[in-house]
Design a protein around this ligand. Structure first.
Ligand code: SF4
Ligand code: SF4
Ligand code: SF4
Length: 351
């Protein structure tokens, strides 16, 4: 290299820290901890920390969705929500799943059906810690584990830190459930054949997401505004611009916009509402509170959905392509709004 050529910066944790973590772009997806071959990244209090000697392999930089977005500066069309093969609306026919789940219970039904049929041997999901506002990443190995994970979570959750346990437990047919950001980092990992995710992950289920919250600040708002503490919650829901919380004495709600102060910093840069990198995306927008809208995006997503459909476990309606515009309008509107209010990521200093 001549003296006049700029020195290429090392792709290492320092670069990830400088470009993503320090400026507040990190969304605590957990991907960097999972891919580090020498185990020197640890997500602590939802922030990646270096806890040993980095060997500058570049893996954490390469798979991070925010780093990639900074390099590529992708253009997100305002009126589109990603590739779609089929659209359904409806809910599960299983009353027990429906009563435990948020909205239509479709995610839990798809996972349970695939596991019962031996189409998956595990599922990467988010369970609960001590209460419903404490998300805990887990690799579900049984139907019991899947049922336990069925309630919704609204705070940041590094679910991808559990990816190495797929390989360690020698699981080869995994379904993952994650937010749009989880699906994007996971897709980067699959493209790079990292952790065997490319052949172990069979189905990526994405959940619609407008934003996530910092756990401590979110609990504070719930406690101060509603006078209820997280351990008292028995069920949580989100629909029509509100969070609903059930507790032993009844049900209360709060407008989502009243929780804006707890919005996670990294989510302010997010432009993916409808989990565009998933095989199938599920949400509750433009449908009844107790139902889901399901966007089948890939052949894998179609296959997963059809396991439950063919066993008559779903009370769903297929939407004719001519009606997609009308059915999807509320989701497209929210997606466009998210893109409009998202802050821009500063371009990369030097990759
Ligand atoms: S966004 Fe994910 S991969 Fe990127 S730094 Fe944060 S936790 Fe790591
Ligand atoms: S060893 Fe590789 S993955 Fe681990 S921190 Fe360093 S660059 Fe990142
Ligand atoms: S708003 Fe975006 S970055 Fe934040 S949790 Fe949702 S998908 Fe992830």
């Amino acid at each position: 290299m001549s003296n006049t050529e700029p020195r290429k910066r090392k792709r290492n944790f320092a670069m990830l820290n400088r470009e993503v973590i320090k400026p507040g772009y990190c969304v605590s997806c957990g991907g960097c901890e999972a891919v580090c071959p020498v185990y020197v990244i640890s997500i602590e209090q939802l922030k990646p920390k270096l806890v040993g000697a980095c060997i500058s392999c570049g893996a954490c930089v390469d798979i991070c969705l925010r780093f990639k977005q900074k390099v590529e500066q992708p253009k997100y069309p305002a009126d589109e929500i990603g590739p779609i093969l089929e659209v359904y609306t409806g809910k599960t026919k299983d009353g027990d799943i429906h009563s435990r789940s948020q909205n239509g219970g479709i995610v839990t039904t798809l996972l349970l059906t695939a596991m019962k049929k031996g189409k998956i041997d595990s599922a990467l999901v988010t369970g609960h810690g001590n209460d419903l506002l404490s998300p805990v990443p887990m690799l579900a190995l049984s139907e019991f584990d899947i049922r336990k994970s069925s309630k919704s979570k609204y705070t940041l959750n590094p679910v991808l830190i559990k990816l190495p346990s797929i390989k360690l437990s020698n699981k080869k047919k995994v379904a993952t459930v994650g937010l749009p950001c989880h699906n994007e980092t996971l897709t980067n990992m699959m493209d790079m054949k990292n952790l065997g995710a490319d052949f172990r992950v069979k189905y990526k289920i994405g959940l619609f997401c407008m934003s996530c919250y910092e756990p401590v600040a979110f609990r504070d708002i719930i406690s101060k505004s509603l006078g209820i503490s997280a351990p008292d919650l028995t069920k949580t829901d989100c629909a029509r611009g509100k969070f609903f919380f059930e507790h032993p004495d009844g049900r209360i709600d709060i407008k989502i916009k009243e929780c804006g102060g707890a919005k996670a910093e990294g989510c302010k840069y997010c432009q993916d509402f409808a989990a565009e990198f998933a095989d199938l995306s599920i949400g509750n927008i433009g449908v009844d509170d107790d139902s889901n809208i399901i966007l089948i995006r890939t052949e894998a997503g179609k296959e997963l959905f059809e396991f439950a459909l063919k066993d008559n476990l779903l009370d769903v309606k297929k939407i004719d392509e001519g009606k997609w515009e009308e059915t999807l309008a509320p989701a497209v509107k929210l997606s466009s709004l998210k893109r409009k209010i998202a802050k821009a990521l500063a371009p990369i200093e030097s990759a």
